[in-house]
Design a protein around this ligand. Structure first.
Ligand code: ZN
Length: 274
């Protein structure tokens, strides 16, 4: 997946499903990603509702329980997902955030040996966790998200966070506590944030060789050259550590048919690839 003109596309540039919502504002000042649940019957019903002017609500994307993704608002445009909200001194987070809705029935009440949603659908025990919301004092049932849905949300979120250089991911229940419960205790917000922020930070700066460059077993010309030496001009590498003017590097991909090549090069002959 990638982003083209503020819309999700496949790697080959073909667009993902887009259902235009009229419920939009001006341009976003990108700061945060906000996670929601739909509290709806299905992804389709939520998409229809958010694309209807009567709802006076929208989100940038809706992710179904099967991992399907529908976009409703381009990522540079304000969607109406947050409502009255505040975070880190900012008020009205619609202006500052991209909103992702996950198809999920939300908070459930016990009904015999089943759990019932506000719209009357019953769910089996195995699709529900009983937990106390961090902003509440009494336990309730919470519709579980599916694994494929969480994984798709991670993939899309990582793409969006890197592309728009967002600082953090928060729940609607973080920015509108007391008023909103989503994404709730069934959503693994801590590990989700950890994987997004962690991976965004971990992304190494890539370098490339500016000439055919010897790569050696140690930091200095007294060390033996590796058999793949010299690296061709333009070979992409990541720096693992430095010693004086020498750099221990990982070659990205294959060089001369070899994978996982690691060795020392002189730092003067590599430059940032971007
Ligand atoms: Zn919400």
């Amino acid at each position: 997946m990638k982003i083209l003109r503020h819309k999700l596309c496949n790697d080959d540039g073909t667009p993902l499903p887009f259902r235009k919502s009229p419920n939009t504002g001006g341009k976003i000042d990108h700061r945060y990603l906000v996670m929601h649940y739909t509290a709806g019957r299905s992804a389709e019903s939520s998409v229809s509702w958010l694309a209807n002017s009567a709802s006076k609500a929208s989100a940038h994307i809706v992710i179904g329980r099967d991992g399907s993704v529908v976009q409703l608002v381009p990522f540079d445009t304000i969607a109406w997902h947050a409502g009255p909200s505040s975070w880190n001194g900012l008020k009205g987070l619609n202006k500052y955030s991209i909103g992702i809705e996950l198809d999920n029935a939300g908070k459930l009440i016990r009904h015999g040996n089943k759990w019932q949603s506000w719209f009357g659908t019953e769910y089996d025990e195995e699709d529900v966790i009983e937990a106390t919301h961090k902003n509440e004092s009494e336990p309730a049932g919470w519709h579980l998200y599916t694994q494929v849905q969480i994984e798709k949300a991670l993939e899309v979120s990582l793409l969006i966070m890197n592309y728009y250089d967002l600082g953090d991911v928060v729940g609607h229940d973080d920015i509108s506590p007391g008023r909103k419960n989503d994404p709730g205790p069934a959503f693994p917000i801590q590990s989700f944030r950890g994987r997004l922020i962690g991976r965004a930070d971990e992304e190494e700066i890539q370098y490339k060789t500016i000439t055919a460059l010897n790569i050696r077993t140690g930091p200095g010309t007294q060390h033996e050259r590796l058999t793949v030496s010299p690296l061709p001009k333009g070979t992409k590498v990541e720096i693992i550590r430095a010693q004086g003017s020498w750099r221990l590097v990982d070659v990205i991909g294959k060089v001369k048919g070899q994978m996982d090549v690691q060795g020392w090069v002189h730092g003067r002959y590599i430059t940032e690839a971007k």
